[in-house]
Design a protein around this ligand. Structure first.
Ligand SMILES: CC(=O)SCCNC(=O)CCNC(=O)[C@H](O)C(C)(C)COP(=O)(O)OP(=O)(O)OC[C@H]1O[C@@H](n2cnc3c(N)ncnc32)[C@H](O)[C@@H]1OP(=O)(O)O
Ligand SMILES: O=CC(=O)O
Ligand SMILES: [Mg+2]
Length: 707
């Protein structure tokens, strides 16, 4: 790749061209000033970034040594927690305080609702996600297993349609009840509501209702095939669904070089400028997808009411660990990728905050920062964002931070972490997938861990989820910032989601992650069923579980699992791992739906990979299984994954010499020595090799004589 010199930085040409030709124009920032400022920012922050990573390693080394010294002994929890304090892994709690973030949009601060996540590199999905603010409840109920097993493709099924309409009207009876009677008996016209203030708009015969701050559109259209059969002409019930969406540069993305980074930044630019567009084929038709327009209604007083057609967008940067070849520092080393993301995603957001204000009406830039370990790393990010604001001429604390509570050192010191970013924090979120991976890695040498499924009922995870909400409330996040819960990782199991994810708002979460727009619409019903903000006082009145409980290591009581049980665990881990890694390495797909051994499609990303690879590495280290057994499982499951992908002409079989298979093996056999158990270093290295090999083979195919 060609490079250019910019203020002493060696910048990949595609990135320099993108910045200078597409991003800077319209921002009022000159290229020279931008690159000089960026170079100064790297000079100031890169050494500190490196020092923070060294501190992670030093703590992990100390923890490993402690477990080695106590091999074979039950954990003395008081001694263990004391040791963590001594080494500075656990720090003192700050004195009680309240965050003072300002300029937060209501979708984040005062309305509770679903949060969608979408990989930035998938433009078709990205547009769909940005438009997922509104979703058809009829479609979500009809097209999933939420009410009944999904139907094979075919003509409209009237019985299922009737069940959908009945379910949707039952939902209306709960959320926006009529003064008398039921919605099923409504025959049109202005309904008399039990709470008349819930009717906030009309458009023709259609109605706009509001409950718990969330809107519900009743679309009345007597010419519509569904409306025609309904006594009131009701053609659809549209729910305000993904109030917010995270455009993800991290767990769900495979971006290993300047081309990948520019592709991601370009999609973010399209969102911030509002001109992102994608054309694709679906059902043998060419479709063009754009960002949705606002929705206009007339209030009961005759005024115009305009509602955003789009989800409010956050952007998730990468964490502090990785570096990127897109920019090289004056010493020739790769630049910290997290610093580049902070600069680039904020610069691009100027097109919203300084120009259009179509994303954040409050004029904020929302950055989710993942995988931070403890308060010092949060404070570092805070200073980095201060410096980015100075570079871009933004008022102090324009950049808001979403703190992923997904590393053990952050959960254990959550109040101190929030304190470090108290002037700009806009969310905390329990990223329980990375958090589980870190749980295994941190205590890798303590002994064999419980089975993967049993992690979900371990003492630490209950304490983690509970403490997160209570500490968030104690620090004043309620009504000012989101308190979020993690991903529903089974995208096809919507009935189970509808049954189980109601627990999130009930636990005090003002938002929780969903994998798709359809899931957002179904999950929205939970925020109608429970008034999250009203529930906060009761939750806050009881104390958070003790840090000692949070720090209970999920060790298996014994390892007398049968050979079948061990083999099944190995197979399950190996199948998910291989299915995900194959697409990451060979096709650059960072998030996939991969069937588990029960043939349930699971969302797999870097964080779920961290769990499966660390779990296998842990069992290997403690002799629950042998290297030969792991290899046998990988070989067995490679054949299964090959079979699952047989219809994909681009797919490369997982032979022992394939890069994807080697990457999968390395993730397990070298898992124990990966920094904090992260998967990125190996994924990036193998993906870069696969890209280079693809270039070499395409060059070899160019006929002699061509240039
Ligand atoms: C640990 C963590 O960090 S979790 C956060 C990271 N994870 C994510 O972001 C997961 C996001 N979800 C996804 O990427 C996908 O839903 C997957 C990979 C899980 C499943 O993808 P697929 O198998 O292709 O989905 P499926 O075939 O069921 O549905 C595809 C349709 O749903 C839409 N869709 C699915 N997921 C999303 C999404 N997250 N955002 C927007 N649209 C989506 C697609 O646009 C497509 O519709 P279209 O044909 O009209 O464009
Ligand atoms: O990022 C989310 C997680 O669970 O990890
Ligand atoms: Mg994560």
């Amino acid at each position: 790749m060609t490079t250019v010199d910019r203020a002493g930085l060696t910048v990949a040409s595609p990135l320099a061209a993108f910045v200078e030709e597409q991003v800077l124009p319209g921002t009022g920032i000159a290229a020279d000033a931008f690159w000089r400022g960026t170079a100064a920012l790297f000079a100031r922050f890169a050494p500190e970034n490196a020092a923070l990573l060294a501190r992670r390693d030093a703590l992990q080394t100390a923890i490993n040594a402690w477990h080695d010294e106590h091999t074979g002994q039950p954990i003395d929890q008081a001694a263990y927690v004391g040791f963590l304090r001594e080494i500075g892994y656990l720090v003192d709690e700050p004195a009680p305080f309240t965050i003072d973030t300002t300029g937060v949009d209501p979708e984040v601060a005062t309305i509770a609702g679903p949060q969608l996540v979408v990989p930035v590199l998938n433009r078709r999905f990205v547009l769909n996600a940005a438009n997922a603010r509104w979703g058809s409840l009829y479609d979500a109920l009809y097209g999933t297993d939420a009410l009944a097993p999904p139907l094979p493709p075919g003509p409209y099924d009237a019985d299922r349609g009737a069940a959908v309409v009945a379910r949707a009207k039952a939902f209306l009876d709960e959320a926006v009840p009529l003064a008398t009677g039921r919605w099923a008996d409504w025959t049109g016209g202005r309904p008399s509501l039990r709470d008349p203030s819930q009717l906030v708009g009309t458009r023709g015969e259609s109605l706009l209702l509001r409950h718990h701050g969330l809107h519900i559109e009743l679309i009345v259209d007597r010419d519509h095939p569904i409306g025609r059969t309904d006594p009131a002409g009701l053609a659809d019930v549209i729910l305000e669904s993904a109030l917010t969406t995270i455009i993800d540069f991290e767990d769900s993305v495979a971006a290993v070089d300047a081309d990948d980074k520019v592709a991601g930044y370009a999609n973010w630019l399209g969102l911030m400028k509002g001109d992102l567009v994608e054309t694709f084929d679906k059902n043998d038709r060419s479709l063009t997808r754009r960002l949705a327009e606002d929705r206009a209604w007339t209030t009961p007083d005759g005024d115009r009411l305009t509602l955003s057609g789009r989800s409010l967008l956050f952007v998730r940067n990468v964490g502090h660990l990785m570096t990127t070849p897109a920019v090289r520092l004056p010493d020739g080393g790769e630049a910290p990728e997290g610093i580049l993301d902070a600069v680039m995603t904020s610069l691009i957001a100027l097109h919203d905050v300084k120009v259009a204000r179509r994303n954040s009406a409050a004029g904020s830039v929302y950055i989710v920062k993942p995988k931070m370990h403890g308060p010092d790393e949060c404070a570092f990010t805070d200073r980095l964002f201060d410096a980015v604001e100075d570079l871009l001429g933004l008022p102090c604390h324009t950049i808001k931070i979403g703190v992923m509570d997904e590393e053990r050192r952050t959960s254990a010191n959550l109040a101190a972490c929030i304190h470090a970013v108290r002037h700009r924090i806009a969310f905390i979120n329990t990223g329980f997938l990375d958090r589980t991976g870190d749980e295994i890695h941190t205590s890798m040498r303590a002994g064999p861990m419980v089975r993967k499924a049993d992690m979900k009922v371990s003492a630490w995870i209950g304490a983690y989820e509970d403490r997160n909400v209570r500490i968030g409330l104690a620090c004043g996040l309620g009504g000012r910032a989101q308190i979020g819960k993690g991903m529903w990782a089974a995208p096809d199991l919507m009935a189970a989601m509808v049954a189980q994810k109601a627990a999130h708002p009930r636990a005090g979460a003002t938002t929780a992650w969903v994998p798709s727009p359809t899931a957002a619409t179904l999950h929205a019903m939970h925020y109608h069923a429970h008034d999250v903000f009203a529930g906060h006082a009761t939750i806050a009145a009881t104390p958070a579980p003790a840090v000692e409980t949070l720090l209970t290591i999920p060790l298996a009581g014994g390892t007398n699992w049968s050979a079948e049980e061990v083999a099944r665990e190995l197979d399950n881990n190996a199948q998910g791992l291989l299915g995900y890694v194959a697409r990451w390495i060979d096709a650059g797909v960072g998030c996939s739906k991969v069937p588990d051994i029960d043939d349930i499609g699971l969302m797999e990303d870097r964080a779920t990979l961290r769990i499966s690879s660390q779990h296998l590495a842990n069992w290997l280290m403690h002799g629950v299984c042998s290297a030969a057994e792991v290899d046998a499982a990988l070989t067995r499951m490679a054949a299964v994954v090959d079979g699952q992908n047989a219809g994909d002409p681009e797919y490369r079989p997982l032979t022992p010499d394939s890069l994807a298979f080697q990457a999968a093996r390395a993730l397990v056999f070298e898992g124990a020595k990966q920094p904090n158990g992260y998967t990125e270093p190996l994924l990036h290295a193998f993906r870069a090799r696969a890209k280079a090999a693809a270039v070499r083979s395409s060059e070899a195919r160019v006929p002699a004589g061509c240039s």
